[in-house]
Design a binder for this molecule. Sequence first.
Ligand code: CO
Length: 211
Amino acid sequence: MLSYEKLLTDNKAWAQNQVTEDPGFFKRLAAQQAPEFLWIGCSDSRVPADKITGTEPGQIFVHRNIANMVVNTDLNLLSVLQYAVEVLKVKHVIVCGHYGCGGIRAAMNQQYYGGIINHWLKNIKDIYRFHRDEVDALPTEDERVDRLTELNVKEQIFNLAKTSIIQSAWKHEQRPQLHGWVYGLQDGIIKPVYEMDAGSHIDPIYEYDNL
Ligand code: CO
């Protein structure tokens, strides 16, 4: 069997199993989704949002990109964010990085990876520059990558708080809460590293006063 054919075979077995366990499963989910969480994670294949959180289809709305970035010119991310916050009315937005992230590691050296990817990594290089003294004081490369992974997640929480989408929801609906997490590839455990409640303040230059 070809590798991709196994995906289709396993899919049939999974669908059958779902129906056996819960006959109304697909009917219910096909009618609507009402997830409580938006997950912004890394594209890394080892960090599947639903598996590592033990959640089922319908529970998490997901956006993934290299190194779980919230870039204010990224129409894809912003569309997902707006839909999740304004239509699905999620209560929590989670940015989840992971230790040993190849995107973070790639941003910390001077190698050219070709074309588009370097533009993306530049967003991470900017964060590295802000925190250079702290990160470079760590003795090993792995520790430096892991610390920048934590700092990057925190910075992406700030980037969320800078959007009019989040500020408007905070002002009018006192949600969502923002969570910065880092997943450990070594042990499978998620470590919370930063949190912002609805109504938190950031540097006033980013706060709109007429939303
Ligand atoms: Co990664």
